[in-house]
Design a protein around this ligand. Structure first.
Ligand SMILES: C[S@@+](CC[C@H](N)C(=O)[O-])C[C@H]1O[C@@H](n2cnc3c(N)ncnc32)[C@H](O)[C@@H]1O
Length: 320
């Protein structure tokens, strides 16, 4: 059956119509309810919906506009809660649980850390997070729970986002030292990008294929050979919420894994390594032949034991 006749897609189109008619996308009971319904409609992974196979131009246009509306609403949500959490007298980092999607970030960052641990042979000393936002939860969770000795440089095009974000960590004795903020468009960040072992690219940086590829090409030009690029993508119905990153978008990189969660972690995770770092590429080839003692291999085991479709984890052989 054509995708556009699919009942779930019809529900998404109906929600899109209501969302696109909203006066404002700032948090309110109505906005929260509609986006909550949209996310739960797009969460199921037991569908064979492939948005790349949608031919109906109206549905394709709807999807690209919906992704932008979701990105705008996500920015307002982060701004709203960063302002509230940042207003606490004590350490705002004691109140992160107030953010409605905090648990999702705990799971997503753990997944990204496990995938990173599987594909790198040393703990990164410096990480760049591009598109960190007013609530830089990925950087905070990684720094607090997984990478206690790593410095994280957060880049955002919006100075207001960085003001709110740096206020969140300013009263934390540890993270105030290890979280640095830069206000710039990723496309203007040139010098210094080669000093990071790992670069994260937020899902909302590059909301359509063209701008996503432009950001990736820019990073490929300025990252160090052998450095790791972590991206967020989407799969199935979730591709109505976020742009998809395909392996063919990653010219100049060796795609190591594309991981599609089947729980309430919405984003898929793509991990790639910039070509040219011969030492790392060889070791990653060796690593891939050995099941690494990390949670990620447990994820593999759990998913295989539950008979979950193997294509949830796409391993790639190193490009010769
Ligand atoms: C809302 S945040 C989401 C990331 C989330 N806070 C996290 O921790 O994973 C995405 C941010 O990307 C920023 N952004 C969008 N396009 C960008 C660009 N071209 N360069 C730098 N930042 C960008 C937006 O200003 C926004 O604050």
């Amino acid at each position: 059956m054509a995708c556009e006749n699919n009942l779930v897609v019809k529900q998404i189109i109906d929600l899109y119509t209501q969302i696109s008619n909203l006066e404002s996308l700032k948090p309110s009971k109505n906005v929260d309810t509609l986006f909550g319904q949209l996310v739960s409609t797009c969460l199921p992974t037991d569908t064979d919906i492939d948005v790349t196979k949608i031919h109906d131009e109206k549905v394709k246009d709807m999807r690209s506009h919906l992704i932008k509306l979701c990105g705008e609403a996500e920015g307002y949500l982060e701004q709203h809660f960063s302002t509230i959490i940042g207003s606490f007298e004590d350490n705002p980092l004691n109140h992160l649980h107030i953010f409605p999607y905090y648990n999702n970030y705990l799971k997503l960052s753990k997944l990204e850390f496990d995938l990173l641990a599987q594909h790198t042979s040393h703990v990164p000393t410096k990480i760049a997070f591009i598109g960190s936002g007013p609530m830089p939860l990925t950087s905070i969770v990684l720094a607090k729970f997984h990478l206690p000795n790593t410095t994280i440089h957060n880049f955002d095009i919006d100075s207001e986002a960085n003001t709110l974000a740096s206020n969140l960590v300013s009263r934390d004795p540890d993270l105030s030292e290890r979280m640095i903020f830069h206000t710039t468009d990723v496309l203007n960040a040139k010098e210094g990008l080669d000093q990071y072992d790992v670069v994260f690219l937020a899902a909302l940086v590059g909301m359509d294929k063209e701008s996503k590829v432009k950001a990736i090409e820019h990073l490929e030009k300025h990252m160090a050979p052998g450095a790791v690029l972590m991206l967020r993508s989407a799969h199935g119905l979730r591709a109505f919420l976020y742009p998809i990153v395909d392996s063919c978008d990653l010219k100049g990189f060796e795609v190591l894994t594309i991981y599609h969660p089947s729980d309430d972690v919405v984003n898929s995770v793509v991990i790639a390594r910039k070509l040219g770092g011969l030492g790392e590429v060889r070791s990653s080839q060796i690593e891939r032949c050995v099941v690494m003692p990390c949670n990620c291999s447990k994820i593999h085991a759990i998913m295989n034991s539950r008979g979950i479709k193997k294509n949830m984890i796409e391993e790639f052989t190193a490009i010769e």
